[in-house]
Every structure is written in structure tokens, then in C-alpha cells.
Design a protein around this ligand. Structure first.
Ligand code: MF3
Ligand code: CO
Ligand code: CO
Length: 295
């Protein structure tokens, strides 16, 4: 299927995916199906986006540490705690488990995880001066690297008692992510995710941020395809078994417009000051559906 001839083994040669199986027993019919779709004008993934069983095991192992770090944050997050303290807790946990906090120094990002509060959409920078208050809604986004494999996940936390509106935004955003993941089918498209997310958000009067989105992930932090969480079903790259990507809808209570912090160059805010929530899982497309790798 590929334009690269060395990518196209003979029937009895080892498959390009690294499984060790003969090509004819592994990805030969897969390649034929992909080539048919490509000739029909569909956008198909390159082989470089297809993970083998060893890659998936590597991402799962990275994800276990990621989940441990987020569980630790969950036990400590409370009114009066600073986002700087939570960053140190997560980073210490990750490095103690022989992994690396992927955000640290990523394109110059100064901390190990992202913590985004209330009207902050994402990429909030942990700060010893930022004290969490009763009523805040907080996204903690953690990415770990273990053995070269990235696992990317984020969760929302409600600090003490929060308003009904805030709680509903957090709950609906979780539902948006779940529905986005449920929409993933082998040989479907990446647009199916966005259609499901957007429908759920709009039903509740919320808007989906499209300036940022999900992404392929594996041996790099951000791979193709870009996941637009408000796309149309049946559009965009075809999803096939072995692809790994994030579903991470950012949902605003108000409008979908956002802006970047002028001073730190990172933090994204809602343009209208409305609340924003986000959940993120890393998932794999399987032969039959989808597997959640990092939550
Ligand atoms: N974890 C974020 C994501 O879901 C990326 C954060 S990049 C950083 O893709 F530099 F801001 F940390
Ligand atoms: Co993330
Ligand atoms: Co991500």
C-alpha cells in the first residue's frame, strides 16, 4: 500500500509492523483494504501510526504510572492546596517510578503537569501562589513517558462543594468523552469522535473548543491524526486497528472562543470568561472496537 517499497514485504517476509509474523499472516489483507480506501479518495493512516502488541504493552505500562500519579493528586487535592504542590507530588511519583513527566520542558513548558482552573481551558502552569478554593473546578492533565512510550490522561476535580452549574459541566464533559470513545470503530473515521462529542455538548447548551484537540500518541507526544472534537461523522482519517489516540474534549459553558495568556505564552482561557472542563483518555483502536489505555 505504501509509497515506500521497502515497506511492502513479500508474502513470506516478516510483516512491517514488527510482530515477527509472516506478512501474509499479518497485515497483507489489511494493506489491501487500506489501499482500496486510499484509491477511493479516503485519508488513510501511514504505517508509522500503527502500533504492534509490544508498543501497546509499552503504552499500558506508562499508563499505569500515569494513573498512579493522578490517583495521588486525587488524594491530596483540596481547598488550600496550591497547584505547585500538586505538580511536585505528581513529578516525584513519576520519577520514583522510573518514568518522566512529559510536559516538563516540552516546547519550554516549565512544569511537569498541567493544572487548569475554572475559566482556564488547558495548559495551566502549576504555581506555588495558586491556592485552590472551595467551588473551583480543576483539570489535572498528566503525561508520562516510560521506556519511550507516552501515556496521556486528564481528570476533573471539584474542590469542596461546587455550584450545580459547575458540577453539571464536569459531568457532561465526562459523558462527552465517553461518547466520543464509544463512537470509535475500526474502519470508521476520526470525525466520528467529534460528531458524538459535539452532539452531547450542544444538547446541554455547551460549546466544544476546536482550536485545540486530541492527537495520535505513542513514541511521540503529539502524532497524527488531529482529533477535532466537533468534526462531522465520516470525515477525516480512517481509524484502523493499532492506532492510538487521545480523546480529550474541552467543553465551555459559554462560547467556544479561547485566547492564550500573553504573559506565560501557555495558558488557554475561555474568551468570555465562562467555565471550561476537560477529560482525557488515551485509547487504542482494536479489531472489534476500542481499548482504553490511559484514564
Ligand atoms: N497533555 C496535553 C495534551 O493532552 C499537552 C500538554 S503540553 C504542555 O495533549 F506543554 F502544555 F504540557
Ligand atoms: Co493531556
Ligand atoms: Co493529549
Amino acid at each position: 500500500m505504501s509509497s515506500c517499497p521497502s515497506d511492502q514485504p513479500g508474502r513470506n517476509d516478516p510483516c512491517w509492523c514488527g510482530s515477527g509474523l509472516k506478512y501474509k499472516k499479518c497485515h497483507l489483507s489489511f494493506d489491501e483494504r487500506l489501499e482500496e480506501l486510499r484509491l477511493a479518495g479516503r485519508q488513510v493512516p501511514p504505517h508509522s501510526l500503527i502500533k504492534n502488541a509490544g508498543d501497546l504493552a509499552g503504552i499500558r505500562a506508562s499508563a499505569r504510572i500515569n494513573a498512579g500519579a493522578l490517583d495521588l493528586v486525587a488524594r491530596h487535592i483540596a481547598p488550600g492546596v496550591t497547584t505547585g504542590e500538586l505538580d511536585r507530588l505528581a513529578c516525584t511519583y513519576i520519577t520514583d517510578h522510573h518514568a518522566v513527566p512529559a510536559c516538563l520542558n516540552y516546547n519550554g513548558f516549565p512544569k511537569g503537569i498541567c493544572i487548569s482552573v475554572n475559566n482556564e481551558v488547558c495548559h495551566g502552569i502549576p504555581d506555588d501562589g495558586r491556592v485552590l478554593q472551595e467551588g473551583d473546578i480543576v483539570n489535572v492533565d498528566c503525561t508520562t513517558i516510560l521506556g519511550g512510550y507516552f501515556a496521556d490522561a486528564s481528570r476533573m476535580f471539584c474542590i469542596g462543594r461546587v455550584s450545580q452549574q459547575a458540577q453539571q459541566l464536569v459531568d457532561v464533559t465526562l459523558e462527552c468523552m465517553r461518547l466520543g470513545i464509544e463512537a470509535i470503530r475500526p474502519w470508521g473515521t476520526v470525525g466520528d469522535i467529534g460528531e458524538a462529542v459535539n452532539r452531547c455538548a450542544r444538547e446541554h447548551g455547551y460549546s466544544v473548543v476546536t482550536a485545540l484537540g486530541g492527537h495520535g500518541v505513542g513514541k511521540a507526544f503529539h502524532e497524527e491524526p488531529f482529533v477535532n472534537h466537533a468534526a462531522k461523522g465520516g470525515t477525516g482519517m480512517v481509524l484502523v486497528p493499532g492506532m492510538v489516540l487521545t480523546v480529550e474534549p474541552m467543553i465551555n459553558a459559554g462560547g467556544s472562543d479561547v485566547y492564550v495568556d500573553e504573559d506565560n505564552g501557555w495558558t488557554i482561557y475561555t474568551e468570555d470568561g465562562s467555565l471550561s472542563a476537560q477529560w482525557e483518555h488515551t485509547v487504542a483502536v482494536t479489531e472489534t472496537g476500542v481499548e482504553i489505555l490511559a484514564r
